[in-house]
Design a protein around this ligand. Structure first.
Ligand code: AMP
Length: 366
């Protein structure tokens, strides 16, 4: 079967790598000639709204999917008229706008920080009054990895934050003094089957995910996350893998955002789960039976930002795995990740002692 992927970054690359054993073929649409998924699958070079390229992809593919959520709505609509497209365009639209997304959470009874829309400088003081400081001012659209946001702690911060972000629609959210951050990965197939991965604990720095860890929580918090995920899967008539990021405060979940795609906090599943998130996304969009989502032991995933550690040194660490995305090193760029898998927490801690410094992490990161 033929799978088209819009977007040719590392997520598309890992989808293709997971799909070949299933007998799938791939074509990738990306404007960049050197898109890293192009190293492992044929690349159609073109803009995401290039109608001729989209037509070609739709004509070739049995199903089309995405490796990022900010696909132009026009592109998703054009594809949907010609071929099965998963996740559905409605899920992309919901995730593209932080206000639509939080309103959906709220409608489904999924807790969120307080929030208010801010479309002009004049609206900001009223929003601050409703949400209360400290708060986070974010662009409604196109923000990722902590880009397009500013924390407001005092009224003096309003002017500079507006200077930095104003001019596009914004959202003001209450700042959550969270105990930790977690995510839920869930899959729903076109046949209606659902599957939920163990809750993942995530550590960010400067808004970018640095480290994920599993297992992360007892059954109560995990069940709460699965319950919220199920509500979203049902409401969105979702097909594919869905990731939802939460803050944990007072031992309860508060939703931050969702991603209608495979997710960085699910990379540990490549070695740490019975079936990887990439394979399950493909199984889901093709209507194949979903694979088991249970964790195999204990896992930590470390993101490599900017450049990669020395390969041989990583591979010399028992239980460690090395994943390069085939990208040129550049400050701030996600160029690969490492995973460490062990059968018990002691062995994991032992391996981490060696791996953390190799990957440029402080030894007391966890
Ligand atoms: P986002 O782009 O919304 O995922 O935000 C990136 C990171 O910024 C999150 O993972 C948090 O660490 C932090 N952050 C975002 N929103 C809030 C908030 N309302 N309260 C506290 N921290 C936040």
């Amino acid at each position: 079967m033929n799978v088209g992927i819009v977007g040719g970054g590392q997520l598309a690359r890992m989808l293709a790598l997971a799909g070949y054993p299933l007998g799938l073929r791939f074509q990738i649409l990306d404007p960049a000639m050197d898109a890293c998924a192009g190293q492992v699958a044929p690349l159609l070079q073109g803009a995401y709204d290039d109608a001729a390229r989209l037509e070609a992809l739709a004509a070739w593919a049995d199903v089309v999917t995405f490796d990022f959520e900010n696909v132009p709505a026009t592109a998703a609509q054009l594809l949907e008229q010609r071929v099965a497209v998963y996740p559905p365009a409605g899920a992309l639209a919901a995730a593209q706008d932080r206000v639509t997304e939080k309103t959906l959470f709220w409608e489904l009874g999924i807790p969120t920080p307080p929030f208010a829309t801010v479309d002009s400088w004049a609206e900001l003081p009223g929003a601050v009054e409703r949400v209360e400081l400290p708060a986070v001012l974010k662009t409604r659209r196109l923000g990722y990895d902590g880009k397009g946001q500013r924390v407001l702690r005092a009224s003096d911060d309003l002017g500079p934050a507006w200077q930095a972000l104003g001019g596009v629609p914004l959202i003001l959210e209450g700042f959550v003094p969270f105990e930790r951050e977690v995510s839920v990965l869930a899959a729903r197939s076109s046949a209606g089957e659902t599957a939920f991965y163990p809750l993942v604990e995530n550590h960010h720095r400067d808004g970018i995910l640095r480290l994920s860890r599993v297992p992360a929580a007892g059954p109560e918090l995990e069940y709460e996350g699965w319950d919220y995920a199920r509500r979203l899967l049902d409401r969105l008539d979702y097909v594919g893998l869905l990731a939802i990021e939460f803050f944990v405060k007072g031992g309860r979940l508060i939703a931050n955002e969702m991603a209608p795609r495979v997710h960085n906090s699910g990379h540990w599943t490549l070695e740490g789960a019975e079936t990887s998130q990439f394979e399950n996304h493909l199984r889901a969009i093709l209507g194949l039976p979903l694979g088991a989502t249970a964790a195999v032991g204990h896992s930590v995933m470390l993101n490599c930002i900017g450049d990669l550690p020395e390969r041989a040194a990583v591979l010399a660490t028992p239980g460690a795995h090395y994943h390069t995305y085939g990208k040129a090193p550049r400050p701030g760029r996600k160029v690969g990740h490492l995973t460490l898998r062990a059968n018990d927490p002691g062995a994991l801690a032992h391996g981490l002692k060696r791996l953390l410094p190799l990957a440029g992490f402080e030894e007391d990161t966890l």
